[in-house]
Every structure is written in C-alpha cells, then in structure tokens.
Design a protein around this ligand. Structure first.
Ligand code: ATP
Length: 220
C-alpha cells in the first residue's frame, strides 16, 4: 500500500518460526513504507506463501484502505494478478497471506541486473497489460502501476500487486484524480499541464526505467 506512512513495518515482531493462523513465518523478503513481507509456510498444505505484516497501531485512519485492498484482492483471480489467500489479526499486527513471487519486484530485478533487454521488456509488458485488461474488465483501476508494484515469479511470470490505492470505477464515471507515487505523479502532472487532453499510460511509462535503468528520471 503506497499511501500509508503512519503504519510502520515491524520486522522484529515476527521472529522466524512465529506462527500466525496456520502459517509459519520465515525470513523477511521485503520491506515497504508500511509493511514488512515474510516468507511463510502453510502448515496445512506445505505451500510457501508471502505474508505481509502491517502494524495495527495508528491504523484506524488507514482501516478503510486496508479493508479495500483485502476485499479487492480476494475477488481477483488471474495469472498476472497476485492472489490473496486470506488475512489474520494477531497481537499488534494485521497479516495478509498472498501468493509468493519468489523474485520480488521488477524494481529489485533492475537494481540487481541493470537494464532489461527490449525482448524481455516486451514479455513483461504483455503480462502487465493482460493483468490490467483483466482488472479493467472487473471495474478495478490500480492507480499505482510502477516497477515496485510488479512482482515476478521464478518462472518469469509477472504479477500486479499492491492494491492500496486501487479503486472501483463506477459505471460511466471517469477517474480524473492523480494519485500514486511521487516521482510518477509529478511526471504525470507535468504532462497534463502541457496538454490536458494527453492520455498518459502508467504502464507505458514503466518501460522507461526498465530500458534505461534510470529509476529517478522524473524525481522532483
Ligand atoms: N507476494 C509477494 N511475494 C514476494 N515478495 C513480495 C510480495 N509482496 C511484497 N513483496 C516484497 O516486499 C516489498 C514490500 O512490499 P509492499 O510494496 O507491498 O509494501 P508496502 O509497504 O505496502 O509498499 P509501499 O512502500 O509501496 O507502501 C516488495 O517490494 C517486494 O520486494
């Protein structure tokens, strides 16, 4: 969830071997502004999952947003969308159990391996667009498409994640609000100021850092 600064990731509270519901937590595999993400083992099936841990303290103001993310993810089933298995409240934390994407985000992939060849960008984009087409078919607008929110599995599939600021499109209503991550949003505002009729596709913009390895091109 991108817009949740109050919620602090608390990795220390989830020591390895801690059990939440029927999931055992393992090592921390990622961290965002609001969450820590752990590898988890489903003790009933043996399946490995990702467990997103959010601190409940100060969450009241974010409760609607979190409920929305869980509600949206639960209903979505597509090979290019991260599947949600369930959630659990335990102690001071909320835990969201999700499909594990072993390779983490595409942002991390670019950090580790540098720029991506055009041929692979085309493969990633094809999958991102299939995920987006599915979402739009369900009336869901993601609103924060960026490399950090596109996760990849070890077989090379990519999946859209992080529905913290996603919204449902009401029939006939256009969504003209600009939301999302700062550097992305600044660039979009700049483009809209130049030509308000311009339709900017966030998914197309993702390709720029993939091809150039320039992550902060639009930072302000
Ligand atoms: N399903 C998953 N499988 C594997 N790794 C994941 C998964 N979900 C998240 N991660 C890892 O954890 C990191 C942080 O997760 P996420 O971006 O959801 O946190 P956040 O705090 O909600 O994000 P933000 O910083 O945008 O607010 C990701 O960048 C990714 O590396």
């Amino acid at each position: 969830m991108s817009a949740a600064p109050q919620i602090q990731a608390d990795a220390a509270a989830a020591a390895p071997s801690r059990t939440v519901g029927h999931f055992q937590l393992g090592e921390c595999i990622g961290r965002g502004a609001s969450a820590a993400v752990f590898r988890g083992l489903n003790l009933l099936t043996g399946e490995t999952v990702a467990v997103k841990q959010l601190r409940q303290e100060g969450m009241a103001s974010q409760a609607d947003q979190i409920a929305l993310e869980i509600d949206l993810l639960k209903q979505l089933r597509h090979p290019n969308i991260v599947a949600l298995h369930g959630f659990e409240e335990s102690g001071q934390h909320l835990y969201i159990f999700m499909e594990l994407c072993e390779n983490g985000s595409l942002q991390e992939t670019i950090r580790k391996f540098g720029k991506v060849p055009e041929q692979l960008v085309a493969i990633y984009m094809g999958q991102v667009l299939r995920g987006l087409a599915y979402l739009h078919g369900q009336g869901v607008i993601h609103r924060d498409i960026k490399s950090a929110n596109i996760l990849s599995t070890k077989d090379g599939s990519v999946k859209l994640a992080d529905f913290g600021i996603a919204t449902r499109q009401h029939q006939g209503a256009a969504d003209n609000t600009i939301v999302g991550s700062a550097y992305w949003t600044n660039f979009l505002i700049e483009c809209f100021q130049r030509d308000p009729s311009l339709r900017i596709s966030a998914s197309s913009l993702c390709q720029h850092p993939w091809l150039s390895n320039s992550m902060v091109a639009y930072a302000r």
